[in-house]
Each structure stands twice: as structure tokens, then as C-alpha cells.
Design a protein around this ligand. Structure first.
Ligand SMILES: Nc1ncnc2c1ncn2[C@@H]1O[C@H](COP(=O)(O)OP(=O)(O)OP(=O)(O)O)[C@@H](O)[C@H]1O
Length: 674
């Protein structure tokens, strides 16, 4: 049959492309092994090193990702050109393109050609694949006609979910592609309801920017993705490598800024609101600079049996000069030491006896001792420790900035015995970073993608801003903000990022959650984010939502049964519960022989994952079972927001199991109960 022979021909072409990719890889490998193209002279060694590094990276980029087809689309462009579009470019032995990279200018037509603007395309072909990546179908779309609903897109969206996140290059939608391809020089804040593809867009945007602006981004310090926790980072870790991008650092905010300390506890909500507030930056700054003290005595510098004297007035004048320059704390300190050395040198010159060099005097003990007392070295941990645990220090630094009540709230009592004994919070780390950056500017990044940014405090956003050499892509959903110290809106985020030209965009179509489930979860929106609406869902099915009310003594058994039933079907299963309920559910699942992974405790290998609700952000499972919504909503100040996150993780089905009454907005009228 024509279709079958066509599919066979396309598979053959795929095989030919794979063979060429293997050849390309082998060529680079051989060049690496033989050092082809490398010079021999010593002077060439930096060039050789750079060339080798480059080749190693190309080799990684050319690696074949198992199960990821080399192309997913084809453009039929008259008079007779066929252009295949894939995850990376493949060339034949003569250097002719066999597949073009989805980010290449020519590939734009694959996403954008329409009846109104055919862009030289006659037919767009999309390919379908089985779960092993074997080409099994295609769908042709003549561009000169009104677009029909896209069956392969629907199939991709409906696909039962399993394992980590995958790339969406084959089916990126126009509203998403516009953001992926937005120019590098402008920061984007992308608001979007759950499942609208924010994470997907952020990652694909990074891959796109690396393709179009790789050298500039590298020169500016590279790129990074910042996510909320390691479970989330593990979930997205395969997307960029599958797109050939292996050089992207993926990190949490704590890792990005947490010098030598880690966060071991969380602040209570009132404390968090104050500590995360941008006013704390002023408090920290004042605390640091207040350490600069006049010396009040003459400094005697001995050099080769003679003594040179610097009066307190002369020294004070030098301190004022340095302060007026507005240098960093650390630079200022060095500058002061140099200026004191010059003062001595000038005295020597006046005495006609300049026996020392500026460098020698700079290292003089008396000068160093004096600088140490006037302008002490700053250890960020020590400084923030003093600020948060010593009432006098805090009062001095926060006077006129924080009220007495606010100072009381953040003062840590009893005072830990030492800096080492201090148990830091994430928000403390941002304060440490504030100090560290005043001493020495941190390393910059060419572009950052910040996911789940709705939870960041102003101080954390400032920490990111300090590392941005250029622009960023900020993703989030204000309705999912669970952190008490979080910013209020995207305009505030742009202000703290110091990106006044940044643009706020919105994604409105949902690709994850079925309409029935999103409608149920959206009942919470008037209570948690009155200005926001749920997405228009692409997914519809009548039995996507199931609510089971049980007697209190039966809810665990009912949950186990629901898990067992869900496991008999295709796709991943996530059982989401309040963090405090995880141990009892873990025991119950184990006692009933249901193999599962507890999220956050190791590698996720089982079909069933038991998810502490505080780790559920950004994740998705084919079937989600939410255990006792009321216990989730009551566990924290923004418990309803947390519940909204939990209810919007499902791709096919959401089961709610409860014995306690549902939180009021969900209880309004019964939905589907069993
Ligand atoms: N154009 C698309 N084609 C196919 N699948 C898509 C598309 N856009 C998004 N998806 C899929 O929809 C799901 C949700 O995407 P993603 O996680 O990026 O959403 P999100 O807006 O970040 O959600 P959340 O707010 O819950 O973190 C993912 O499985 C993603 O692969």
C-alpha cells in the first residue's frame, strides 16, 4: 500500500541519517585520537587544548539519544525540495544537509507556515513514532488549506506519561514558539497556569538561544537553569541533552548562592516575610559598612631601622577618600592599604630616602594591622550570624528600616554558641550572598532560566540579578506561590531583577491536566489568586476525576486499593500527601506489597511514587492520587495554594481520597464520588 511504502521509505531515510550521524561522530572521534589539525609548537598548546575541548563537546552533542528520532517533520517545498526537521543537524559525506536543526532559520516554516503565509511550503508532514522511537505514522497538512486539528499533536499530548520530562520540539505550538524565539536581549517573565508548558518553553528557549548566540553566551559566563529542588531538576534533566545541549548547569537557588553553608531549616512565615524583604539588603549593607571604624592613634611603620608615622587625621582622610569612591567593601579595603603605603612612600621621598617599593610597603605588618582594625575583613557567615543573633548589632543596622517588632521577630534566641552551630535557612543564604556580593562581585551568567519563580523572595531575586550579565527567562504561576516570603507579582520580580524593559507574557493553553480536573482545581483560584483563570485545556475525558469519601478508619485501605488499580494501567502513578502523612502511607504501601519510591529519598525507579506535597511542584504523573486534601491545606499558611499544585499534577486521571471534609471551595457541590 502507498502509505506503507511511504513509511518504509521514511524509515530508510531515518536509517541513512543515523548512519551519517554515526559517521560524523566517528570523524570527530578520530580527529580527537589522532590530534588532526593540532599544531606541534609549544605556542600552539592553548589552541590545541581549545580545539580538543571543542571536539569533546561536539562529540557529546552528536550523541544519539536512544528512543529520540532524528527527525520529526518534513517540509515539501516546491519545486522539489524536501527539508527534514530534527533535533540536530545531520549532513552527508559531502556536507549536504540531510536533517536541519529545529532552531535553524529554515525550520521556522515547520512551525509557522500557514494558509495566510505559506513561507514557500506546499505540505507539512509530521511523523508519529512508537515508544521505541520507530517511525510508524505520518500526517500531511497541505498549507494552502485551512489547518485541520492536528492528530499527532493530540496523540503526543494524550500520551501516557512515564519517567522524566521529554522535549516537545515536534509539537511546540505557535504561542510557545514566539516565546522560545524571543530575542536574547530582553528578559521575559512568563506567567502560566499549571501545564501550559512554561518549563518546556524555558528549556527550549535556552536551547534556541544557545544555537543562535552560543559564543556570546559563553563569553558572558555560560547559562543556567534554576529550579526549586533536586526532584524537579532530576525530572527535567534529560530535556536539554536530548536537544544536544550538554553544557547547561542546572541548580537550585540555594546551591547557586550558598557559599560554604547549606540550609537546614525553614523560617516560620512571619520571619520569612521579613527576612526575604528587600529592606534586608539595606540592613545588611549598613551592618557591613558600620564595621569601618576610625583608628584614633598614630600608626608607626618601621622600615630598615627607621620609623615613619601616619597620624589619625591623615588616615581618616584616606578612609574618606576611599569611601567616596563607592568601591566594593573588599576593593575598598585593598585600596586603603595601598593608599596608606603611598603615604609612607611619600614621606620617604620627602626625606630623600625612597628605599622601599609600594609593593613592599603594601605588605608591611603595621599597615596591614591598621587596615585590619579600620576596615576588618568580612566573613559573610560571621556578619549575618552577628546580625541575626545579637540584639545590639541588629538594632544598630535596622534602625529606621525595620520596626522594633520586626527586629524582635527575626532575632534568633537563644543565640547559638558559634557560627558553626547556626542552623541556616534558605532566606539566610540570600542574606549571606548579599554580604558576599558587597565584598566581591559574584561570577556572572550569560542567561538564566528561573523556574517556579513565583516562590522566590525579593532577596533571592536580587541574588539572581547579581549574577545576570544580560537577560533571563523567568517562569511561574502566581496561583502556585506557596512561600510566605514570595514576591507579589511579575512587575515586582522585574524590578528586583533590575530589568525595567522586561516583558510579562502569559501562556493560556493547558497541555497536561484534563479539563474536568482543571475545572475542579480552579475552584480554588478565587481564594488564592483572584485575578487568574485556569488554562483552556487541550485534554478532555469524562472519567478524569474521581473523588472517594471514606470513613476515617478506612482511608488508608482505600488509598492502597486506588494505587493498586492505578498500577494495573499504563503510565506513572503519583500518590501525593501532606509531608506528615508520608511515613504512614509508606508503611501501608510496603505492608501491602506495593513497590514504590518515596520522592526525595533516592533515584525514582518504581511506577508508583509517594510524593511529599512540598516536593510536587513542576512534576506530573499519569495518574495522581491526592490523599486528604484538608490535611494539605491545613499544614501551612498557603495550604490552599499547595493543594492547587497537588491537584494539577495529573495527566490522565485525578483521584481524591478523603475522610475529612474537603476544603470549602472544593466541597461546594459534589463532583464525582464513588
Ligand atoms: N506543545 C506541546 N506539545 C506537547 N506537549 C506539550 C506541549 N507543551 C507542553 N507540553 C507538555 O505538557 C506538560 C506540562 O508542561 P510543563 O511542565 O512545561 O508545564 P508548566 O506550565 O511548567 O506546568 P507547572 O506550572 O505545573 O509547572 C509536559 O508534559 C509537557 O511536555
Amino acid at each position: 500500500m502507498a502509505v506503507e511504502s511511504e513509511i518504509r521509505a521514511e524509515r530508510d531515510y531515518m536509517d541513512a541519517c543515523r548512519a551519517q550521524l554515526t559517521r560524523m561522530r566517528e570523524e570527530v572521534r578520530t580527529m580527537l585520537a589522532t590530534g588532526a589539525g593540532e599544531g606541534e609548537a609549544v605556542l600552539d598548546k592553548y589552541f590545541n587544548h581549545a580545539l580538543r575541548q571543542f571536539r569533546v563537546q561536539v562529540l557529546e552533542e552528536l550523541s544519539d539519544i536512544e528512543g529520540a528520532p532524528l527527525f520529526f517533520g518534513r517540509l515539501d517545498c516546491p519545486p522539489g525540495d524536501l527539508v527534514y526537521v530534527g533535533r540536530r543537524g545531520v549532513r552527508d559525506g559531502d556536507g549536504e544537509p540531510m536533517v536541519i536543526d529545529w532552531r535553524a532559520p529554515l525550520a521556522r516554516a515547520f512551525y509557522e507556515a500557514s494558509q495566510q503565509d505559506p513561507m514557500g511550503v506546499r505540505v507539512r508532514r509530521r511523523f508519529g513514532f512508537d515508544r521505541h522511537g520507530v517511525l510508524t505514522a505520518y500526517e500531511d497538512e497541505p498549507i494552502d488549506r485551512q489547518a485541520e486539528p492536528n492528530g499527532l499533536l493530540a496523540a503526543e499530548i494524550e500520551r501516557p506519561r512515564e519517567g522524566p520530562m521529554r522535549d516537545i520540539v515536534a509539537t511546540i505550538q505557535p504561542e510557545q514558539m514566539r516565546l522560545v524565539r524571543a530575542p536574547l536581549n530582553r528578559t521575559l517573565c512568563i506567567q502560566g497556569a499549571p501545564g501550559t508548558g512554561k518549563t518546556a518553553v524555558g528549556l527550549h528557549r535556552l536551547a534556541y538561544l544557545l544555537y543562535t548566540e552560543r559564543e556570546r553566551l559563553r563569553r558572558d559566563g555560560g547559562v543556567a537553569v534554576i529550579g526549586p529542588n533536586h526532584s524537579f531538576l532530576a525530572y527535567i534533566r534529560n530535556v536539554l541533552p536530548a536537544l544536544g545541549e550538554v553544557e547547561v548547569s542546572q541548580t537550585t537557588i540555594d546551591e547557586l548562592i550558598g557559599l560554604s553553608v547549606t540550609a537546614e531549616r525553614t523560617d516560620d512565615p512571619r520571619v520569612a516575610r521579613i527576612k526575604g524583604d528587600a529592606r534586608m539588603a539595606q540592613v545588611v549593607r549598613r551592618h557591613l559598612w558600620s564595621r569601618i571604624q576610625p583608628l584614633g592613634q598614630t600608626v608607626e611603620v618601621e622600615y630598615q631601622h627607621r620609623t615613619w608615622r601616619l597620624s589619625p587625621e591623615e588616615i581618616a582622610e584616606e578612609v574618606d577618600t576611599v569611601l567616596s569612591r563607592g568601591a566594593d567593601y573588599g576593593t575598598g579595603r585593598e585600596l586603603l592599604a595601598q593608599r596608606l603605603a603611598y603615604l609612607v612612600l611619600r614621606q620617604m621621598e620627602r626625606a630623600g630616602n625612597p628605599t622601599a617599593t609600594p609593593h613592599q610597603l603594601r605588605r608591611n605588618k603595621a599597615i596591614n594591622r591598621a587596615v585590619g582594625r579600620i576596615w576588618p575583613t568580612a566573613d559573610p557567615a560571621r556578619l549575618v550570624f552577628d546580625l541575626l543573633t545579637d540584639r545590639t548589632h541588629l538594632a544598630h543596622a535596622a534602625n529606621g528600616i525595620l520596626s522594633a517588632d520586626e527586629q524582635d521577630a527575626i532575632l534568633q534566641t537563644p543565640r547559638p554558641r558559634s557560627v558553626k552551630a547556626m542552623r541556616w535557612t534558605s532566606l539566610d543564604l540570600a542574606l549571606l550572598d548579599e554580604v558576599a556580593a558587597l565584598v566581591e562581585r559574584p561570577r556572572k551568567l550569560g542567561h538564566v532560566v528561573v523556574d517556579e519563580a513565583q516562590d522566590l523572595s525579593p532577596t533571592q531575586i536580587r541574588a539572581i540579578a547579581r549574577r545576570m550579565a544580560g537577560s533571563g527567562t523567568v517562569l511561574g504561576d502566581l496561583a502556585q506561590a506557596t512561600s510566605p516570603s514570595a514576591v507579589q507579582d511579575w512587575a515586582e520580580v522585574l524590578a528586583h531583577l533590575d530589568q525595567p524593559d522586561g516583558q510579562i507574557e502569559e501562556l493560556t493553553h493547558g497541555y497536561r491536566v484534563p479539563a474536568q480536573v482543571i475545572d475542579f482545581a480552579a475552584r480554588l483560584l478565587p481564594h488564592i489568586a483572584p485575578g487568574l483563570r485556569g488554562p483552556a485545556s487541550f485534554r478532555h475525558s469524562d472519567d478524569a476525576l474521581c473523588i472517594t469519601r471514606t470513613m476515617p478508619g478506612e482511608k488508608i485501605a482505600a488509598t492502597v486499593t486506588t494505587c493498586r488499580t492505578a498500577l494495573s494501567k499504563e503510565g506513572s502513578v503519583g500518590l501525593i500527601a501532606a509531608d506528615n502523612d508520608i511515613p504512614q502511607l509508606h508503611r501501608a504501601l510496603a505492608e501491602n506489597g506495593l513497590k514504590h519510591t518515596v520522592l526525595g529519598t533516592g533515584t525514582e525507579t518504581e511506577h508508583l511514587t509517594l510524593v511529599p506535597v512540598t516536593l510536587s511542584k513542576g512534576l506530573e504523573f499519569d495518574t495522581v492520587i491526592v490523599f486528604e486534601p484538608a490535611r494539605i491545606s491545613q499544614a501551612e499558611e498557603r495550604g490552599l495554594q499547595r493543594l492547587y499544585v497537588a491537584l494539577t499534577r495529573a495527566v490522565s486521571t485525578l483521584h481524591v481520597v478523603h475522610a475529612d471534609a474537603l476544603p470549602e471551595p472544593l466541597a461546594q457541590e459534589s463532583v464525582v464520588t464513588s
